[in-house]
Write a protein that binds this ligand. Sequence first.
Ligand SMILES: [Zn+2]
Length: 171
Amino acid sequence: MRETLVLNASFEPLSTVSLRRAVVLVMREKAVVEQSHPGLRVRAAQVELPVPQVIRLRRYVRVPFRQRAPWSRRGVLVRDRHRCAYCGRRATTVDHIVPRSHGGGDTWLNTVAACAADNHRKADRTPGQAGMKLLVKPFEPTPADALLLALGLKEGESLPEWLTLPAAATA
Ligand SMILES: [Zn+2]
């Protein structure tokens, strides 16, 4: 899959995203095309776009983490959109899935956002021991994840059905 470079509104390079994601950002008017593949177009019934090589965000966004993100409590809350991993309600605390007292570390994969009530209920136990289920799978955020979070786009958000990408551009 071809990748598109994303620049902040200030022209500072932020990340690369897939061509599909770049097209969504342009169509949502979150970004403008700065440079495109000569001769290649994305065609649809009513829309035609150049295939973007470089896009630039219309508004400056503050991206919470750039390269390999160092673990932080704030970063976990941002990654999980302040949603409790156990009940989905608003989270203000960070839970260690394997508690630190059992050797669990401060890592992206061992921590999730949690509401204070669930964090208190789980206490010094694993989810299994506490009889609690994780609704989400923790992940290590990439720069592209961070960018999507900063733009408020959902990870699974996809292109409209009617939009087709040229075969040459998706190879
Ligand atoms: Zn909760």
